[in-house]
Design a protein around this ligand. Structure first.
Ligand SMILES: [Zn+2]
Length: 234
């Protein structure tokens, strides 16, 4: 296995939607050569008006501190998309390079959906790496383009020495019950077609790559069963 391959995956819950008990989460990957790769950053410190359904918990900075890490120790922030519960603390990571799908970054520039936390994700371009479609970030860590939830959403596939392949679907498949080939078009979602295509893309990936663990984006029942910081997958 390559020296810079992922060695550990940490799961952190940084908030919730209390009404539905839905966890708001982010992830940390540590590599064999000592790099810290954060996947998403959770809710903003101060929730924008109109985001009353969210509630902050122990935020990403506090969770990282439990592992002895400071924000400046983060080398890379993989940004799955710029929704407020995924990119809310991006600006705290002043030494990191952000990795995001070009299609998403371009869409976000003029999409009011992402305006509330623009100060978090709209960083100097020399610190943003735009990628186009499926991209191997390093050996054992791949970004999988899964548009639908938003244009240019990305999921993450990683391989760990003991656990093997793990898929983080993020919001392409927020709940395990939706991870099926059956159409779930409710008839009034304009993005239903893309969501379905991305779901099938991930189902195919799970078969092809023999993925043993699929972690869904906001699945409370599954989340209860998973290891959380300070425990980790190796
Ligand atoms: Zn989400």
């Amino acid at each position: 296995m390559s020296q810079n391959a992922p060695q550990r995956l940490y799961l952190m819950q940084v908030g919730s939607m209390p009404e539905y008990q839905i966890p708001i989460v982010c992830y940390l990957v540590q590599t064999g050569d000592g790099k810290n790769i954060l996947i998403d950053s959770g809710l903003p410190e101060i929730l924008p008006e109109g985001e009353a359904e969210f509630e902050n918990g122990q935020d990403v900075i506090e969770q990282l501190a439990r592992l002895g890490l400071k924000p400046d120790d983060i080398d890379t922030v993989i940004s799955t998309h710029y929704d407020g519960d995924h990119a809310g603390r991006h600006a705290a990571f002043t030494k990191a390079q952000y990795v995001v799908q070009r299609a998403h970054h371009v869409d976000a520039a003029s999409n009011p959906r992402f305006a509330d936390i623009r100060s978090q994700w709209d960083q100097p371009m020399e610190r943003i790496r735009l990628v186009d479609g499926d991209t191997e970030l390093l050996p054992g860590l791949e970004l999988i383009e899964t548009s639908g939830h938003v244009p240019g959403h990305q999921s993450v596939l990683l391989r760990l020495p003991k656990t093997g392949a793990i898929l983080l679907t993020i919001d392409a498949v927020p709940f395990g019950e939706g991870f099926t080939r059956d159409a779930q078009d409710d008839g009034n979602n304009p993005d239903a077609e893309a969501i379905r295509a991305s779901t099938i893309k991930l189902l195919d990936l799970v078969e092809r790559e023999h993925i043993g663990l699929v972690i869904f984006g906001h699945d409370a029942a599954q989340w209860d069963t998973l290891k959380k910081v300070p425990a980790f997958y190796a």
